[in-house]
Design a protein around this ligand. Structure first.
Ligand SMILES: O=c1ccn([C@@H]2O[C@H](COP(=O)(O)OP(=O)(O)O)[C@@H](O)[C@H]2O)c(=O)[nH]1
Ligand SMILES: O=C(O)[C@@H](COP(=O)(O)O)O[C@H]1O[C@H](CO)[C@@H](O)[C@H](O)[C@H]1O
Length: 213
């Protein structure tokens, strides 16, 4: 059973090294693919140095398209998605996400932050279904059309597909894990504007689920 980790990354030079290195040395992960989604910083250079596979999209196509580009380059049955801006990623977080799917206790898992940082914990308490930390069986992804068009709606599209098709989901708690918030990356005004744009992209994907099972 092959496992590929797909890490979409848009200008994540500050955190990609730590995230990709930890995933790359995990005993259960066979392959790591970092998909730079039109990054203009040193994300590609840093990821390439680590020795993982890097897909360098020339323009920014959105998170959904970056995830799909990674999946298309993988032959694995199980895909682990992780955001590139995680703070405090540890081997045990990856275990918690992967093991239920490897054992067959679930077809998909989603990781929820807890006891990390107040704001990022709170965001995931309110909207756990938006988390970017997931494990998904490959065939589930193959059943979702237009994942590449969803941008930040990708998590909502995945969640709705999973619910609408009664796919066995397990939520796992990822303790002491957090991520860098938009406002921290870009400053308050720019960050908040990109947050509003993200919510719009999420809302646009609310009604596009299709039953396949
Ligand atoms: O157009 C985009 C926006 C984000 N991401 C990546 O998707 C993950 C989750 O993004 P986040 O919620 O952190 O949003 P951001 O802070 O990048 O706006 C991170 O690894 C981003 O680098 C991406 O690949 N393409
Ligand atoms: O937690 C959230 O409110 C958003 C935005 O987080 P930040 O701006 O990075 O704090 O991030 C989550 O939702 C996105 C859209 O579904 C996902 O792509 C991210 O992976 C997830 O962390």
């Amino acid at each position: 059973m092959k496992i590929t980790a797909v890490i979409p990354a848009y200008n994540e030079e500050k955190t990609i090294k730590e995230v990709a290195t930890i995933v790359n040395r995990h005993r259960l992960v066979d392959e790591v693919i970092v998909v730079s989604d039109g990054s203009t910083d040193n994300t590609v250079k840093i990821a390439t140095k680590i020795g993982v596979k890097v897909i360098d999209l020339t323009t920014n196509k959105g998170k959904g398209a970056a995830m799909k580009a990674g999946v298309e380059q993988s032959q694995a049955d199980i895909i682990l998605f992780l955001d590139a801006d995680l703070l405090g990623l540890k081997e045990e977080h990856i275990d918690k996400l992967l093991i239920p799917v490897i054992k067959g206790d679930a077809e998909t898992t989603i990781g929820i932050f807890a006891e990390g940082r107040m704001f990022t914990d709170l965001a995931q308490k309110i909207a756990p279904f938006l988390s970017g930390q997931r494990v998904v069986r490959r065939r589930i992804l193959d059943d979702i059309p237009d994942l590449d068009m969803t941008r930040f709606g990708v998590e909502m599209a995945l969640t709705q597909h999973i619910k609408g098709n009664n796919i066995r989901l397990k939520e796992v708690v990822l303790e002491d894990l957090s991520h860098v918030m938009k406002e921290e990356k870009r400053g308050f005004i720019k960050g908040f504007m990109s947050r509003l744009k993200m919510y719009w992209e999420i809302l646009k994907n609310l009604s596009t689920t299709r039953k396949v099972r």
